[in-house]
Ligand binder design. Structure first.
Ligand SMILES: [Zn+2]
Ligand SMILES: [Zn+2]
Length: 296
């Protein structure tokens, strides 16, 4: 056990040395040489942050929960251990009895989807620093009592990283149906980072509509889309070949063969940076710059 020793400046004022609740004082000792009295403090600081960061708070709670599965425990713990100043990427173990009104919705190629209410609600990750309630020594949560969540069955426990990669902006945690013993992802409706339905979520909703046929290319494109939060400029799309016409061979340079073509749809309009700029609410699709004749 690692402890820290802090000299008691004034033993008469010992009470004031205890006021900082973050510091866990285990006891008092005395240096036999200097005769100084010292507080023995549990070393709770994060080595990286040099204070009690979110990672340490998660860590202090590791003993209080388990999924019953070693791989899931370590997967969740790892997301929490990389939290430090930002809880957005951290997942939680969510006991099934914290969910109610669980309704089966649909089964798609990614698995079964359910809808439910989560009693506790998500940890408030909107302001990175303020996710911890010092008074109650607990997490501050967005919506305590009625947060809607989606539950999605975990197809395989072998590759949790891959399963969660496409849900990074929505994944709150993992739960287990006590009857079927199936593990389920708990997903928020909106984006955990933006606390609303942002561009990344719109892209995510369309993941089921396209594939390049190659997992690496799919994941590469998806990753650019998943970080598009309030700016679509760097987001790539899968463009089916039949959306291109008048394809002409131009030249071959050191980068390979170059063709010229018309793209029927045109690029997503990223000219206006504001939130409402890209998504066409009426048609539930992207607004595009040159619909019908963009040269590529
Ligand atoms: Zn830290
Ligand atoms: Zn977002």
């Amino acid at each position: 056990m690692v402890v820290e020793l802090k000299r008691l400046n004034n033993p008469k004022n010992i009470a004031s040395e205890f006021t900082n609740k973050i510091i866990k004082v285990c006891g008092i000792t005395q240096d036999p040489k200097t005769k100084d009295y010292m507080l023995v403090i549990l070393d709770d600081k994060c080595k990286k942050c040099d204070f009690v960061c979110h990672t340490r708070r998660f860590q202090q709670n590791f003993q209080n929960w388990t999924s019953g599965n070693y791989d899931i425990d370590s997967f969740i713990q790892n997301t929490q251990l990389s939290a430090h100043g930002d809880v957005k990427g951290a997942l939680e173990w969510i006991p099934y009895n914290r969910l109610y009104d669980i309704k089966y919705i649909i089964e798609n190629k990614f698995g079964k989807i359910y809808r439910a209410n989560w009693i506790d609600g998500n940890i408030n990750s909107y302001w990175s620093g303020s996710a911890w309630d010092h008074k109650n020594q607990n997490w501050l949560r967005f919506d305590t009592s009625n947060m809607f969540v989606n539950l999605k069955s975990l197809n395989t426990l072998n590759n949790l990283t891959l399963e969660f990669m496409n849900e990074i902006n929505r994944a709150c945690g993992i739960t287990q149906d006590p009857e079927t013993k199936n593990y389920l992802m708990v997903l928020s409706d909106g984006c955990k980072k933006c606390n609303k339905i942002c561009n990344a979520i719109y892209f995510q909703q369309k993941f089921i509509n396209w594939t390049s046929g190659n997992d690496d290319i799919d994941n590469f494109i998806r990753n650019t889309q998943l970080s598009a939060h309030n700016d679509t400029k760097k987001a790539l799309e899968w463009i089916p070949y039949d959306r291109l016409y008048d394809i002409k061979y131009i030249t071959e340079n050191k980068f390979g063969k170059v063709y010229r073509a018309n793209w029927i749809d045109g690029n997503i309009n990223s000219y206006w940076d504001d939130d409402e700029g890209y998504w066409d609410y009426k048609n539930q699709n992207w607004k595009r710059l040159g619909t019908s004749n963009m040269f590529v």
